[in-house]
Design a protein around this ligand. Structure first.
Ligand code: MRU
Length: 332
């Protein structure tokens, strides 16, 4: 990857500020739990696996000065605080819980955070291998594989390699050619700003489309599959992902195109029986009325701005994890 999503500097977590992409590449050093909470909430760091790792480092930053006596209470306080930064991606809670469980000292917590970066790379790579095999199994070899993706589930949503984009990166190393339609992903344009930038930088052929063009894309092009990431998968296989994913899945089914979800097993939340129980983040209406600083709707208009939607399991053709490909009926 050309950009490192997150790197430990020795006293801070260095993040590429994703709110500034693609125009400016700015790194910010996060050295306090408050700054980490703000970075996660404002999407400076974003994508389920990346915010999990960032939150884990946030816990370390909150306890690094603790002494033996204050450590347990300090750890509890910072874990609870960081868990309020965003509600939908279960990786955030998974990572905080993992740190809480192993955290017997600040130094031990830091070690675990660093392990989480390496682990994420290995997991994403394995997702890439399984995803590529799945795609080749129905597309065959020797031709361009045509895909649609939504939002950004690439390197910038993880430590380095991505989930939904990982099969393309592994495939490229092996000479497999892809063409990817990237949905722009209203309202914050993660597809246009981040996925398109990432794919171009990695030499993967990409065409940017508006979210509303899905039916037209399926009508006018032979699409082999949709592949997206997810923020949380319920036990029955319902999948929460960036708003607009459910619409894309409905259109894909209408055109009989497989709809694949790629995620680490840490994104599966077995405590929730189905997707209606997944907490959906509601964000500031100004993201719709005044996105990127320019007013595009009248003052005072009512807005509905959920950041995620839930695609029912019946529309999900397969879930690609680091352990292999899961098929319906899902009982996770
Ligand atoms: O609001 P965001 O940009 O954090 O939303 C990200 C997504 O919806 C991703 O598809 C999801 O987190 C999977 S990232 C591998």
């Amino acid at each position: 990857m050309m950009l490192k999503t997150l790197q430990w500097t020795g006293n801070a977590l260095r993040l590429v500020d994703q709110t500034r992409l693609p125009g400016e590449i700015v790194y910010v050093d996060i050295a306090t739990p408050e700054a980490m909470h703000d970075a996660i909430r404002r999407l400076v760091v974003r994508g389920a696996p990346a915010i999990g790792i960032a939150a884990a480092f946030g816990v370390y930053l909150g306890v690094k000065e603790s002494n033996d006596a204050s450590f347990p209470a300090d750890r509890e306080k910072v874990c609870k605080y960081l868990a309020t930064s965003r509600p939908t991606a279960v990786n955030l809670f998974w990572a905080i819980e993992r740190i809480r469980r192993i955290g017997t000292s600040p130094q031990r917590i830091l070690q675990e955070c660093l392990v989480m970066i390496d682990e994420d790379n290995a997991v994403c790579r394995a997702i890439g291998e399984h995803g590529l095999n799945l795609l080749l199994s129905h597309c065959g070899t020797g031709r361009v594989i045509n895909l649609i993706t939504h939002c950004n589930a690439g390197g910038l949503a993880t430590a380095q390699f991505g989930t939904a984009l990982a099969p393309m990166y592994v495939g490229k190393e092996r000479g497999v050619k892809f063409h990817v339609f990237a949905d722009e992903t209203r309202p914050l344009l993660q597809g246009a700003r981040i996925t398109a930038m990432e794919l171009l930088a990695n030499g993967i052929d990409c065409t940017l489309v508006c979210d509303s063009m899905a039916a037209s894309v399926f009508t006018n092009h032979k699409i082999d599959a949709v592949i997206v990431g997810t923020d949380r998968v319920a036990a029955n296989g319902d999948v929460a992902n960036k708003i607009g994913t459910h619409t894309l899945a409905i259109v894909a089914r209408r055109f009989a195109v497989p709809f694949y979800v790629a995620c680490p097993t840490s994104t599966i939340d077995r405590t929730l029986a189905n997707g209606t129980l997944i907490p959906i983040e509601q964000r500031n209406p100004e993201e719709i009325t005044c996105g990127f600083g320019r007013r595009t709707a009248p003052e005072g208009v009512k807005c509905f701005n959920p950041a995620f939607d839930v695609t029912p399991a019946e529309l999900v053709s397969a879930i690609i994890t680091e352990k292999g490909v899961l098929r319906p009926p899902y009982a996770l």
